[in-house]
Design a protein around this ligand. Structure first.
Ligand SMILES: NC(=O)c1ccc[n+]([C@@H]2O[C@H](COP(=O)([O-])OP(=O)(O)OC[C@H]3O[C@@H](n4cnc5c(N)ncnc54)[C@H](O)[C@@H]3O)[C@@H](O)[C@H]2O)c1
Ligand SMILES: O=P(O)(O)OC[C@H](O)CO
Length: 317
């Protein structure tokens, strides 16, 4: 670990990326742009995992949530490079353990530093060369700084943060609200409705985050408010697309069949809502998204249910 952390920003690094989906490919391109040697492992590729992981200063897990445990088990069997820093970019909650990906990685590899990377990062915009900012968070500040230096460039501005749980929860929970935002636009409810939805939705994210031990201020940063704004306002977001099409009456299974890539908000909602109910944490918007995804209500009925809830003060989480 110590020698890997002593690399300077201009030293080319060996970087392994697990997962060849759109975000893994985009991060690989950003790293290659910085002059690093990048190897991508994908379950359908020909490169063996041990060759991909060998000697990597940074190992990035860029699989979707359903792939985290399978690749983690493969990585345990293969073994990581002793000094590698693990970076997780998956935005989801594990359905059985009901924890975030970074916690799974940290439990499996307690000797390694784990860094969470999240922010308003729609891959299609980054692939077009448009500028973007992101956050890398870890309880080990040196590891976060190392990853910051490795990925920072004139098209990707990387900030450090010491609240990995808050960064990861911000990126994960906003996907549920992106479904709500897509539905709001699919019903053509206007700018006032959307602003109200996102503001109250952010309060729900913070409520959950505080309960789990994250810092409230983290949710006003790039991985919280930043990613919320990007995902809830862009037709490029897969989660937004799910909500938009649900509002137009398209069945969820057909939407997901036709979707390019993964909409993590669907599974996140299924994990989040029962968990919040068990702990008596009110998350009315996320709960309506859950009912909508289950086909129990229409998007228009969800709006009615939200507008006619008992009135309450705005302040407090
Ligand atoms: N696309 C973006 O703009 C973006 C930006 C930031 C974060 N993310 C997050 O990154 C993660 C990946 O997103 P994506 O857009 O690349 O998704 P994607 O659907 O394009 O790719 C998912 C990848 O996971 C792999 N995978 C799934 N199950 C697997 C398994 N059992 N074993 C091995 N590999 C498996 C797939 O093969 C694929 O390579 C998601 O959690 C997403 O929320 C995406
Ligand atoms: O396409 P989405 O909805 O998964 O959004 C992608 C990223 O999370 C945006 O930061």
């Amino acid at each position: 670990m110590t020698s890997a952390l002593s690399n300077t920003s201009d030293t080319p690094l060996e970087i392994a990326i697990i997962g060849g989906g759109v975000w893994g490919q985009t991060l690989a391109e950003l790293a290659r742009d910085r002059g690093h040697n990048v190897r991508i492992w994908s379950r359908r590729g020909t490169l063996p995992l041990d060759r991909a992981l060998a000697g990597a200063a940074i190992t990035v897990s860029a699989v979707s949530m359903k792939g985290v445990k399978p690749v983690l088990e493969r990585a345990i069997a293969t073994g990581l490079a002793p000094e590698t820093i693990l970076v997780t970019v998956t935005k989801g909650l594990d359905p059985s353990d009901r924890i975030t990906p970074s916690r799974l990685w940290q439990a499996a590899f307690p000797e390694h530093s784990v860094v969470v990377l999240a922010g308003p990062n729609l891959s299609k915009e980054i692939n077009r060369g448009l500028p973007a900012a992101t956050t890398v968070a870890s309880t080990n500040p040196q590891a976060a700084q190392f990853v910051q230096q490795a990925f920072s460039s004139n098209r990707f501005r990387v900030y450090t943060n010491d609240d990995p749980l808050g960064v990861e929860l911000g990126g994960t929970l906003k996907n549920v609200l992106a479904i709500a935002a897509g539905a709001c636009d699919g019903l053509d409810l206007g700018t006032n409705a959307k602003a109200g939805l996102l503001t109250r939705g952010l309060a729900e994210i913070i409520r959950i985050g505080i309960h789990w031990g994250a810092k409230p201020e983290t949710f006003y940063g790039l991985s919280g408010l930043g990613d919320l704004l990007a995902t809830c306002n862009s037709t490029l977001s897969r989660n937004y697309q799910v909500g938009y099409q649900l509002a137009q009456g398209k069945p969820l299974d057909k939407i997901l069949r036709d979707l390019e890539g993964t909409a993590e908000g669907v599974n996140t909602t299924q994990v989040l809502v029962p968990l919040a109910n068990e702990h008596h944490i009110p998350i009315p918007i996320c709960s309506q998204v859950d009912l909508l995804l289950q086909g129990k209500i229409t998007a228009r009925q969800a709006v009615g249910a939200l507008m006619l809830r008992d009135v309450k003060p705005e302040s407090g989480f």
